[in-house]
Design a protein around this ligand. Sequence first.
Ligand code: GLC
Length: 794
Amino acid sequence: MHYGHFDDKAREYVITRPDTPRPWSNYLGSTEYGAIITNHAGGYSFYKSGATGRFLRMRFNSVPLDQPGRLFYLRDQENGDFWSTSWQPVGKPLDKYKSTCRHGMGYTIIESRYASITTEATYFVPLGQTFEYWRLRVTNKSKRERKLSLFTYCEFANLWSTFQDLVNLQYSQFITRATLEDGILGITCNPNFDFDGQDLTSCNRTWMALSGTPLAGVETTRERFCGPYGGYAAPDAVVKGRCSNFLGEGDNIVGGQQADLTLAPGETKEVFVLLGLGTVKSHGWKTVAEFGNPARCEEEFRKLKASWHAPLKNLQVETPDANFDAMINTWNAYNALITYSWSRSASLVYNGERDGLGFRDTVQDILGATPLLKDGVQSRLELMLTGQLANGGAIPVIKPFSHQPGKEPPPPDHEYRSDDCLWFFNTIPAYVAETGDIDFYSKVLPYADRGEATVLGHLRRALEFNLERTGRNGLPCGLAADWNDCIRLGYHGESVFVAFQVRYGLDVYAGIAEKLVQPGEADWARAELAKLDEKIQKTCWDGEWFIWAIGQDGTIYGTKNFPEGQVYMNTQAWAILSGAATPAQTKQALATMREKLATPYGLMLCAPPFIKANPEIMKATLFNAGIKENAGIFSHTQSWAVMAECLQGNGDQAYAYYRAFMPSAYNDRAEIRQVEPYVHCQTTYSRYNVNEGASRVPWLSGTASWAYYSATHWILGIRPEVDGLRIAPCIPKNWPGFKMRRNFRGRLITIEVQNPHGVSSGVRSLTLDGKPLEGDLVPAGRIKPNSKIVAILG
Ligand code: GLC
């Protein structure tokens, strides 16, 4: 069953059936003024932080999942019938009510048609501004004049704090106040405090205006607008058709505004809600005067779209799979940029409680943004490098607005994660390869707590951190966790996953050192690598697959002899990605993955699930079987399997794995996956659970970054390296080829891959602007603007 389709040209996902299995969401705004919206106009807004800057309320995990939000109601004054301009919350019967929702990049347009009235509501936050627009066009499609009342509705969160707002009601319900100043609503918490209009942080002041039509009345408390029992489906004010103009002092302040519209047959009226930060006096009047007109709104909308669409030009593809193209050209890219911006802080699932930049997640998120963004990536990388401590470990969460390199206290020993800084070995070389800026390795940056080092020095400390903390088999300690948040091996327990990460890191480090002509460093890394390889081979191979980990007490996880979590996907994939696996082990480990972990919906993280294992060590036991870390299909890791298959040239298998978790591949059976078919999610229920196939936690997941990277750099195989562009596709055999248009160091070029012999990989011939090249690397110095690279596989 499908609920919508991809409009690739407009870069929109168009929901044509509003009764989606769950509300399907989108992002508006920026990291300053953030906002979430769903196809039912549900959602919330916040300033900088979802937790401590929340000013528009949405009640999490409610029924439905996304109310309230930014609502428009219409009421026919002649017969009293009313509806909302999004299908929910009124929920008119779908044989009479038509609705379309177009989610675009940074905006959402919801259209409706009911009782011969059509509406189009466009929601967005103009670039660089601290207010949002809700533009509504109402058209009378009937042959007679229509008299309608329009009502706006949203709820303001108290104290700009999600927790105070929903929990501390004995306080937060008594500090609120609404004012009406020259037709603009002012919403205040702690109204007796002055606000100077300058620093918006926690100013607790918002304003809301209706422009384009006279204000007929206001209803400023939820208690009056909805009534005690009307709810959002049949709020009192709308049922009655009038507002009381009561200005609330206490209780729940809401943005209820009324306008009366008389529409001739065929006539369209356009009205605007502008809602933003600051007081009416400091921001409201000025903003409405400048922005509250159709021409300005349209101009801001155009600017916003252009700004979001611009980075996409840096990488566009044309392959035989339209679903794949829809993801790579728009949605996966957008998903990666949103995740890069918001980390794990704000969605319909994350309510702000995870504020800040989780170290490992953020370093990985940078990987997805690197080919797309030409600005900002380096400063984000530098921010993370300055979150590394002088001992080589990392602060688990960086607070970007208050981070003070050189002055941050190190965490207590038992809080270090073993993997945090090892992700630099994926991200930093990718950044340097993208930009060609090899001098970045020589840039000196402070550590979080004390001292400083070059970027190369930071990388060395990262390796030393793990080399200095080893367990009884000489493998890296698991510490508080590795990538898997659910394992507590004990400080001296050993993580095989991290062993592979360290191996990968040493190899990468040696390569960088050679490039920088630092042979001593390269020798050091290679010697450490050889020692580590010996330990890995001695301890980690179980006969048919690599083990998972070794607990502090010596228990081996991920082995034939342990009944739960016998096979762990990450150590198979990373044994191969790191180069630790021998050719025979590689073949066998891949076969084991296919046999024991692969399902139609993706590869399970492990199998069988944990039921009896000690949750003090295997926290996965806390979850139901078949989800998240407990034998669920963890989307984040799928790309590692894809890349491992690509490394062996298995293009068909790699692509089969890719499509199994690719959201758009489920567009025609969206009822299975349930969440948005245009974005990645964190996890999907596996066959060990009654919800098999259903996905959860859409949008904010490391999946976005890795899925984008594995598709573009490994399946399509167009990989920047310091010296040039490597052309190493690993595609399905039945693809006749593909095209990519890519920005390579400021030059837009075209790469065309032809596959006349029906193979997956192996470049038989390569030309640059018609001239033949040896091998599969196009030298950077020879690539010009508009260069055309043609590769023939075979
Ligand atoms: C979540 C966390 C991530 C972790 C993963 C596996 O996605 O955000 O940091 O690596 O779970 O536990």
